[in-house]
Design a protein around this ligand. Sequence first.
Ligand SMILES: C[S@@+](CC[C@H](N)C(=O)[O-])C[C@H]1O[C@@H](n2cnc3c(N)ncnc32)[C@H](O)[C@@H]1O
Length: 304
Amino acid sequence: MADMEAIAREGTNAMPKDSISKTAQVNLNMLTFLGVPEAVAFSKALQLEGNPLVALQALPFAHQLPLCISCISEVLYESANQLILEANNPTILDVACGYSPRVLKMAPRGYTYIGADLPDVIGDLTARRRDILPADEEWIAGYRTVNAADEEQMRNVLGGLREPITVVTQALLPYLSLEEKTIMASSIRELLQRDGGCWIIPDADPDSLMRDTFRAVLGKVATSIVRSVKAIHSKAVGRNRSKMSWRNVNEIEEALANLGFSVRRVPLYREGMELNCLKFAGEEAADKLRTCWQQKNSLVVTAE
Ligand SMILES: C[S@@+](CC[C@H](N)C(=O)[O-])C[C@H]1O[C@@H](n2cnc3c(N)ncnc32)[C@H](O)[C@@H]1O
């Protein structure tokens, strides 16, 4: 159960409003940079402007940072996609969907896709809905404004839908306080107990994933660069990552077990995963990345 002292230490979600859409834009920009087809199409439809990585431009090795960050974006995105396809539940609820192009990957395959996020992000997505989701397609997809830390909103996020769901949270946990994570997890447990399905968390090792991915690409200099990137990120989102709860797979697993979930670990990278970033990284770095990612975890969480 939530540790009340830790909740008090972390405070509430202090993410400034304009930082929200910038963080939401990072993964889309990175997947587009790598040429992932649905990301290219999604970016074109959404027409977002600005470079969310502009704050990193003064750092050493700045020209290599998009590659490092895109490696993380793509391996998380593809790992989650693979697990969604394996779970094969008819509905996908992408909590904190940001500007993820996942809808363009899953809706054409017959899944019902619901993206949920805060008002700024959903405002952008609904304004461009017609461009993102072609009107003549029979895809079932939609966007809902939801604060993941609001029990009532989470309870109603699926409207009248009652079929097994795959809930995905990709790159959300670091933005939530312990109290918010606990509320969200309890709400997801309620949905899974009602409709069946699972919850996929591809980023169960956020800190070591960043450190080891940067190391594989940049070598020894990575340590100080990762420190600077984290400091810039913490400042931008108003949250000190080093004081966060659920920092690694053991902590997440323990917290979820205490909340009544069963948790299965799956290697973040598995043979046969096709990743564009590995081509950009070059052979030596690609080998290191595969090895590093095989030792990280995605989680498949159930609530029977
Ligand atoms: C780094 S982005 C990740 C976006 C997307 N999941 C992806 O992987 O591309 C973090 C997202 O979390 C969303 N977010 C942060 N706090 C949230 C909350 N309390 N409820 C819903 N979404 C939230 C932000 O708006 C943002 O879209």
